[in-house]
Design a binder for this molecule. Structure first.
Ligand code: B12
Length: 221
């Protein structure tokens, strides 16, 4: 796909134009562009620009909301395409996913869930603004292998630690691997809060999840 198509995708996010974003996504599918390329090379860079402009006072909350709407429109087209890749694979592991308490950012988390599903994981998305106890209860109910916690705000990152603590309190910590992510999250932070891993994007989250499942199987066998 020519670079100007990717830049049109990026611009549709900056402009907060859901119809344009959706039709560019459909064009990508029609031209057999891998959906992950459309997301990573086209639409996500637009979200990053929006974040930068917001940070510099050049964009405001309603603009950011319009951009999120455009991103959702693109994902509505690309998500089913990504998931198709995973439908015939055996189940790689059970993942409980959510955005931490106090935080309503969901786009990155949804993308992580989609990529995990596309690679054979069974994913249960608890949504946004999820308390640690809820993660723990779902992990128990489903006998989850991995709990994934997203946080996009420096203020809500600390609630990722609350998820680790809730799992400890429930006596589940040795059975469940905790992975954390989100724009302000780092590997160092993951270590500090006692999580088992950090991934910077959705593809790395898949690699990490496979590695953790391997480790788990080695311990069991
Ligand atoms: C879109 C957006 C919104 C939308 C969210 C809509 C939605 N439905 O999700 C709306 C408009 C609602 C919003 C609200 C707010 N936002 Co906002 N938002 C953004 C923005 C522009 C993009 C986020 C995004 O979707 N990125 C695209 C996705 C694909 O990337 P991602 O989320 O980083 O996810 C990837 C990785 O991080 C990783 N990942 C993510 N989760 C997980 C989980 C696991 C387990 C793993 C392994 C990996 C992983 O993989 C993902 C895919 O590759 C960011 C800017 C930025 N650069 O992040 C600001 C940003 C996060 N927001 C910010 C702020 C300040 C706010 C508000 C407080 C604004 C306000 N004054 O009200 C509110 C907070 C509301 C709340 N309580 O949560 C700040 C945060 C600053 C800070 N340091 O804390 C940012 C950084 C903007 C800025 N530069 O100032 N926001």
């Amino acid at each position: 796909m020519p670079d100007d198509h990717f830049s049109a995708m990026r611009q549709s996010i900056i402009d907060g134009a859901p119809d344009t974003a959706s039709s560019l996504a459909r064009e990508a599918v029609a031209s057999s562009i891998p959906p992950i390329d459309a997301i990573n090379k086209g639409f996500v860079p637009g979200m990053h620009d929006v974040g930068e402009q917001f940070a510099h006072g050049q964009m405001f909350l309603p603009d950011m909301m319009a951009s999120a709407e455009a991103m959702r429109a693109a994902m509505a087209v690309l998500d089913p395409e990504l998931k198709k890749l995973g439908t015939e694979r055996p189940r790689a592991g059970i993942v409980v996913l959510g955005t931490t308490k106090g935080d309503i950012h969901e786009i990155g988390k949804i993308l992580v869930g989609t990529m995990l599903t596309a690679h054979g994981f069974q994913v249960h998305d608890l949504g946004v603004d999820v308390a640690g106890e809820k993660f723990a209860a779902k992990a128990r109910e489903l006998k989850a292998d991995i709990v994934g916690v997203s946080a996009l705000l420096t203020t809500t990152m600390r609630n990722q630690k609350g998820v680790v603590e809730a799992l400890e309190k429930e006596g589940l910590r040795s059975q469940v691997r905790v992975v954390v992510g989100g724009a302000p999250v780092t590997r160092r932070w993951a270590e500090e809060i006692g999580a088992d891993g950090y991934a910077k994007d959705a593809m790395s989250a898949v690699t990490l999840a496979h590695e953790l499942m391997q480790q788990k199987l080695q311990i069991v066998s």
